[in-house]
Structure formats: structure tokens, C-alpha cells
Design a protein. Structure first.
Length: 89
């Protein structure tokens, strides 16, 4: 996984999207990110909090939404998914 993330520059691309996307949203537009790795989730969490402190976004998910036990039973690969969402002020 780490090799794939490095080769595809996933962290760098995620950082770029997290900086750019909130500015492109219309007023009350929503921005949601599903992460599958703790590094990705940390970046999303920090970016959303930073944008909230500057007044750009309002965080809609103080804690990430995670799959239910039933969903994990049906789809084991979903177990690491975390959804975070924010809304443009």
C-alpha cells in the first residue's frame, strides 16, 4: 500500500484537492471525502479543521462516519473507510 501511495503520489494529490476544492464550492456547497488509510484521514481532518478556523468551511462530521457491522460483514474491504464532510460558509 505504501509503495502504491508513493508511486501514485496519492498524498500530494489529496493535499492539492483539500486546498483547492473548498474555494471552488458555491455557498452552502458540500465537500465529502472517503479515506481508506490513517494518513489520508489525518490530512482530511486537519484540512477541514483549518478551513473551519478560517471561516471557509463548517465541519458536518466532527467524528468520521464508518461502516456498520452489517456492511463490513457484506463488504470486508469497507472496514477501513471513513467519511468526513464539510459545508462552505
Amino acid at each position: 500500500m505504501a509503495l502504491r501511495m508513493a508511486v501514485n503520489q496519492e498524498v500530494e494529490n489529496l493535499q492539492s484537492v483539500l486546498e483547492t476544492a473548498p474555494k471552488l464550492l458555491a455557498k452552502t456547497g458540500r465537500f465529502a471525502v472517503i479515506s481508506f488509510h490513517s494518513t489520508e484521514d489525518r490530512l482530511v481532518k486537519q484540512a477541514f479543521r483549518s478551513a473551519e478556523q478560517t471561516g471557509l468551511l463548517k465541519v458536518l462530521t466532527p467524528k468520521p462516519l464508518t461502516p456498520s457491522d452489517d456492511e463490513i460483514a457484506r463488504n470486508p474491504r469497507s472496514r477501513s473507510a471513513k467519511l468526513r464532510a464539510a459545508e462552505r460558509n
